[in-house]
Design a protein around this ligand. Structure first.
Ligand SMILES: Nc1ncnc2c1ncn2[C@@H]1O[C@H](COP(=O)(O)OP(=O)(O)O)[C@@H](O)[C@H]1O
Ligand SMILES: [Mg+2]
Length: 161
């Protein structure tokens, strides 16, 4: 499966999606979150982190640009980097901050406003588009790699397999 559209009728639907994503994290997974301010990118990330076992606060990286966490996946400690690139002034700042080094094969990266880094970001495994619609949110998940496609299959198991 390469893409999937869904409607999240309220906050708890977003939380359920985040929880499901949090349970299928893999080392190296890159998830890029698209959507206007208030679309629910940070909210979704919070639910992902909680499901991955993080019990502390999840601050929006609005000003810090990066909030680092560690999560335990099948007994292994993995870094999870939550970026919000809304406030970087140019893709160059992304390089100068050393952010590129975080996008290795091991770390999980969740990025809000990835478009702010221009084409400096490596390819996402999964892109998620959130749009406010009626009282809820439309969500579109697009797998951009085999890893992303596997994750999407796990999120929405096809009925005939
Ligand atoms: N499915 C939903 N329906 C309605 N409101 C939602 C839904 N999911 C999240 N929200 C709300 O949307 C807001 C999103 O804020 P936030 O995650 O900070 O946005 P962003 O990080 O995209 O700027 C939160 O206040 C949250 O309560
Ligand atoms: Mg945000």
């Amino acid at each position: 499966m390469r893409q999937r559209k869904d409607f999240l009728e309220d906050e708890s639907a977003t939380e359920r999606l985040g929880e499901a994503i949090g349970h299928m994290l893999r080392p190296g997974l890159k998830i890029y979150l698209h959507g206007d301010l208030g679309a629910g990118k940070t909210f979704l990330t919070r639910a992902i982190l909680r499901a991955a076992g993080h019990t502390g606060r999840v601050k929006s990286p609005t000003y810090t640009l990066l909030e680092p966490y560690t999560v335990t996946l099948q007994g292994h400690t993995v870094a999870l980097c939550h970026f919000d690139l809304y406030r970087i002034s140019s893709p160059r700042e992304f390089i100068e901050a050393g952010f590129r080094d975080y996008f290795g094969d091991e770390n999980i990266c969740i990025v809000e406003w990835p478009e702010q880094a221009g084409d400096l970001l490596p390819k996402a495994d999964m892109e998620i588009f959130l749009t406010a619609e009626y009282q809820g949110r439309t969500v579109e998940l697009r797998a951009r790699s085999e890893l992303g496609a596997t994750c999407l299959e796990n999120l929405y198991p096809s009925p005939n397999t």
